[in-house]
Design a protein around this ligand. Structure first.
Ligand code: PEP
Ligand code: MG
Length: 584
């Protein structure tokens, strides 16, 4: 992340308003909070001389007291976290294991016996452990390093009696700005009235970040040297959706954020209990509820509505708004930003689906573009572009929440060739030692009758299926989805379309992989029960339909949905099917 600040605004003329400053970090926990800042800095490790032999016993005692105090405090917080069994408590218990690890404690005591002051011994031992983890490629393990660092800092602060949270008075400053926050402190600070965190240390999968998300405390992390730039008592806005912090906001900025806060509060109220409830049928069959997202701002709706992830990112839109293929660096930044904002929810990034009505400068004119160089066909003819995109997606995958999917695949040959390119790129990234998630799930979009008919053989080499019903309808019914003259013929309630969807769902069952729908059809509330009954396991809808769709999912049992699907499949006419579903 860029060092702070990223931009500065002069005060409006004629006002004495302090300068507005913006800082950018990683959005670690969603939500927006406005309040006063409390800045906490770390007690530094002073370089002390070596201990003389007669000081050693006292120093061992000093370490034992500090260590016992930290353990007692953590145990206390664990006891208080009785209501947070699922995520919060296990994290705190892991912290306790790290703190009481006998090997580390023995090594610290040994260092003290060898003449090292306790602070230095603690620092050296825990740093050695976290340095080891920071070297590994696996980001999850690397994020565990920040957990170890946080324990190190707690122990050192305890030894120095300069406790990080000791000086925070209840109600003082609602935004804590600190070098780091440990999982224990997330709970302690929350109880002291802290409503948002900003830290210098990063690691969106670190336990402190996970706890902030779990406890609904907005957090922005990885803002380098932020404690140097911020002052106690200044007003600030923490935007945990975008990873932005605005200090001394100007009245216009404030107004903008107040509006967003009130829209969020409104939708929270409206959604009420439903937002918090799982997306499952009344007989507890889980149906993944995701959203198709077309810009970064919409990710906010996904997290605020507690959806299960992002079912479709149309990357060609990103290229088309620029008028050219973005560079690999731009792509990595864009995909990473999406993945980080959505984290830990999964994000389906779709490879460029150029062609037909979506064109950029590089496309050759064609008489019948919808049946021409489109989607996977175009990418295989423009392998440099495809290779670059695969590389960018994989490079952005370090948090392990990216899934990559291929559009408009019409034959086994295309699927094999695409997978070959992905394997080659993976091998080359591994050779270069570039970090990426080697297990990034790869999915296939089923958008043509040929792909639907062959779904089982095609999908056998993929981790998931996503049905593009917008195109499946157009290609099955030979009705251009953009032509108003054939709008009446373009109908996803047509039995032929439904039969193909059902066939693909069955392939998913046979292969035991998820089958989602990311076309507009999934957003139509009258289709929810039918699609569940056909065996669809994930619905990706427009963000505004998330809650309504959840309502439909929760209304039905899988048994009833199954029966409805069987009944509907007997009806040979689209009009009758539509009527029956809408009347229901
Ligand atoms: C679809 O075809 O249903 C789909 C989701 O892809 P697009 O609308 O981008 O073609
Ligand atoms: Mg499509």
């Amino acid at each position: 992340m860029d060092p702070a600040p990223v931009s500065e605004q002069p005060p409006s003329e004629g006002t004495t308003h302090a300068r507005e400053r913006r800082f950018k970090g990683i959005a670690a926990s969603p939500g927006i909070w406005r309040g006063k800042i409390s800045v906490r800095t770390l007690s530094r490790i002073r370089k002390k001389r070596s201990l003389s032999p007669d000081e050693i016993e006292t120093e061992l005692q000093r370490f034992a007291t500090a260590h016992n105090d930290c353990v007692a405090e953590l145990e206390d917080v664990i006891r208080q976290a009785v209501g947070d069994k699922r995520v919060v408590r296990p994290i705190l218990e892991t912290q306790l294991l790290l703190l009481t690890d006998t090997t580390i404690v023995d090594h610290i005591q040994q260092r003290i016996r060898n003449g090292e002051p306790a602070e230095n011994a603690v620092h050296a031992e825990y740093s050695a452990q976290s340095t080891l983890l920071k070297r590994v490629h696996d980001t999850m393990l690397r994020d565990r390093a920040s957990d170890i660092d946080s324990i190190k800092h707690r122990l050192v602060s305890q030894l120095n009696s300069a406790r990080l949270h000791g000086s925070i008075v209840d109600g003082e400053g609602t935004i804590l700005v600190a070098p780091f926050v440990s999982p224990t402190e997330v709970v302690i600070f929350r109880d002291k009235g802290i409503k948002a965190f900003v830290t210098e240390l990063s690691g969106i999968a670190s336990h402190a970040s996970i706890m902030s998300r779990q406890l609904n405390i907005p957090a922005v992390i990885g803002v380098k040297e932020v404690t140097k730039f911020m002052k106690d008592g200044a007003t600030a806005i923490v935007d945990g959706f975008t990873g932005t912090i605005v200090v001394n906001p100007r009245p216009e900025t404030l107004l903008k954020f107040e509006r967003r806060i009130s829209t969020l509060a409104d939708s929270e109220n409206k959604l009420g209990k439903l937002a918090k409830q799982p997306s499952q049928t009344s007989d507890k069959r889980k149906i993944g509820l995701l959203a198709n997202v077309s810009n970064l701002e919409e990710i906010e709706q996904v997290t605020a509505n507690r959806a299960d992830g992002i079912g479709l990112i149309r990357t060609e839109s990103f290229a088309m708004t620029r008028g050219a293929i973005p560079s690999e660096k731009e792509q990595v930044q864009y995909y990473r930003e999406i993945a980080e904002r959505a984290y830990p929810l999964p994000v389906n990034i779709r490879a460029f689906d150029f062609g037909s009505d979506k064109s950029i400068g590089m496309m050759l004119p064609e008489d019948n573009p919808a049946l021409g160089m489109r989607g996977m066909r175009w990418l295989l003819k423009n392998k440099k572009v495809f290779r670059q995109q695969v590389r960018a997606v994989l490079r952005a995958s370090k948090h392990k929440n990216i899934r990559f999917m291929l559009p408009f695949v019409t034959s086994l040959n295309e699927a094999h060739k695409a997978m070959e390119v992905i394997q080659q790129v993976k091998a080359s990234l591994t050779r270069k030692g570039t970090a990426f998630d080697a297990r990034t799930p790869i999915g296939i979009m089923i958008e043509t009758p040929s792909a639907a008919m062959q779904a089982q053989s095609l999908a056998a080499m993929f981790d998931f299926i996503s049905i593009g019903t917008n195109d499946l309808t157009q290609y099955t019914l030979a009705a251009d989805r953009t032509n108003p003259l054939v709008a009446a013929a373009y109908d996803y309630f047509h039995p032929a379309v439904l039969q193909l969807i059902s066939r693909v769902a069955e392939a998913g069952v046979m292969l035991d992989i998820p089958v989602g729908i990311c076309g507009e059809m999934a957003s139509h509330p009258a289709t929810t029960q039918l699609l569940i009954g056909m065996g669809i396991t994930e619905l990706s809808v427009v963000p505004s339909q998330l809650l309504n769709t959840k309502k439909q999912i929760r209304k039905t049992s899988f048994r009833r949905a199954r029966k409805l699907a069987v009944d509907i499949m007997q009806i040979p006419d689209a009009q009758q099917i539509r009527k029956k579903l809408i009347r229901k």
